[in-house]
Design a binder for this molecule. Structure first.
Ligand SMILES: [Zn+2]
Length: 109
């Protein structure tokens, strides 16, 4: 019995002994994403520890969201301070403009 099999493989070199060996592209993708161990033909443990593109983008997104939240908090704080200052100005303006407020344009002294 015989059969033909076409399989995409990727050539790797053991990080420890340097022996070349091949794994399927599917296994390579899974190991790059899950960072799990795999072994060279000589039994050395290998793993893809580098950050994947998805992980890098997720990390950048998280950073951007955190920065956005910080800016939003700062904006809220500044808006509250601005509104409080406006309230104080209005309060003082109303006090100055009230009829009971003494003015210097009267008889002086
Ligand atoms: Zn090895």
């Amino acid at each position: 019995m015989s059969f033909a099999l076409e399989q995409q493989m990727v050539l790797l070199h053991c990080a420890n002994c340097g022996v070349p060996f091949a794994i399927t592209t599917d296994l390579e993708n899974r190991r790059r994403n899950d960072h799990a161990n795999f072994w060279c033909p000589n039994g050395h443990t290998n793993a893809f520890k580098g950050e994947t593109e998805t992980e890098r983008l997720a990390r950048q997104l998280k950073y951007a969201q955190s920065a956005r939240d910080d800016y939003r908090d700062r904006l809220d704080r500044k808006t509250r301070q601005h509104n409080a200052a406006k309230g104080q100005i209005t309060k003082l303006r109303n006090r100055i403009n009230s009829p009971s407020h003494p003015t210097d344009d009267g008889d002086g002294s």
